[in-house]
Design a protein around this ligand. Structure first.
Ligand code: HSE
Length: 318
């Protein structure tokens, strides 16, 4: 792309955090997606180029979350008939990985486009446009990936369409290991296995765990955090589709991790640890366990829990 380009990076995210289904998510340092945006003569949004996706993503802006998000932003600002934007998307994270891939593309496109046209878009405008893109990608407008990718940190999202976002304090010594087994699970399919209704005892247990997790984070009480990292609603119904999950959980806990769970709808798996060194060891142990149990290799990442969100960058972030 030529020089008159605005470029933004948006990080991958871990959502749910076990007991916070559709409510909690946090940004990790890397990987993430980079989107470059430049002005074109004809109004509307086009996708000029996508790299890093193996040719899999739609180039039609109406079907690609980056395109949908940028278009939604122009519409929100009343500029869709006046301004033309071409996007160049560099995928740093694979789709159907449980790491908020569609969300990162949408968020990076919004931040790059807003900077390009020097728009006075509010955070709420940007969030709404990103959620709209998520709805196109997954069939539901859940905000637990787009909100942390946009704002950074660890966030609680609530309300219709994720309209209320609260950032939670996170103990500085809290880190995460994340492994991404090389298989794909589509969020839409992973949501289809979930029941419409849950039992009273499941609801009570989940609410208790979620409350304990939030209190544990705010009080810097990692023992309480560890006791709360249990999902009795979504994860038990999803893990059969995740190769090596049980082995990864056992291996992660054996290294001293505070808890292990699915990242979003999987197949990625996260663990909370005390300290970055522990996160590195836990990640390697979980990846080895998945390889041994299911013959699937994994990428391994470690990060503080709640890294910075989307930002403008000079060059694509690799
Ligand atoms: N909260 C969502 C789910 C995240 O678990 O379906 C998916 O990206």
């Amino acid at each position: 792309m030529p020089d008159n380009v605005s470029r933004a990076f948006a990080p991958a995210t871990v959502s749910n955090l076990t007991c916070g289904f559709d409510l909690l998510g946090f940004a990790i340092e890397k990987p993430g997606d980079t989107v470059g945006a430049r002005l074109t003569e004809s109004p509307g949004v086009t996708i000029a180029k996508i790299t890093g996706d193996g040719g899999l993503l739609p180039r039609d802006p109406a079907k690609n979350t980056a395109g949908v998000a940028a278009r939604a932003l122009l519409e929100t600002l009343g500029l869709d008939r006046e301004v033309g934007v071409a996007l160049e998307l560099q995928k740093g994270l694979p789709g159907a990985s449980g790491l908020g891939s569609s969300a990162a593309s949408a968020v990076a496109a919004i931040v790059a486009t807003a900077a390009l046209i020097e728009a006075e878009a509010t955070d709420q405008d940007k969030l709404r446009c990103a959620i709209e893109a998520e709805r196109i990608a997954c069939g539901t407008a859940h905000a637990d990936n787009v909100a942390p990718s946009l704002f950074g940190g660890l966030v609680l999202v609530r309300g219709k369409g994720g309209s209320r976002v609260d950032r939670l304090a996170v103990p500085e010594r809290l880190f995460c290991a994340v492994i991404r087994p090389h298989v794909e699970i589509r969020t839409e399919a992973a949501r289809a296995v979930l029941p419409e209704n849950v039992s009273r005892s499941e609801a009570v247990t989940q609410a208790g765990n979620l409350a304990a997790l939030v209190v544990g984070l705010l009080r810097d009480d990692l023992e309480l955090v560890a006791s709360a990292l249990v999902d009795v609603i979504a994860e038990p119904r999803r893990v059969d589709a995740v190769p090596g999950f049980d082995a990864a959980r056992r291996a992660g806990l054996a290294t001293g991790a505070l808890g292990v769970g699915l990242s979003g709808s999987g197949p990625s798996i996260f663990a909370f640890t005390e300290g970055r060194g522990a996160a590195g060891k836990t990640g390697e142990a979980m990846a080895t366990a998945v390889l041994d149990a299911a013959d699937v290799i994994s990428d391994v990442y470690s990060s503080p829990v709640g890294s910075p969100g989307a930002r403008l960058v000079a060059d694509p972030v690799r």
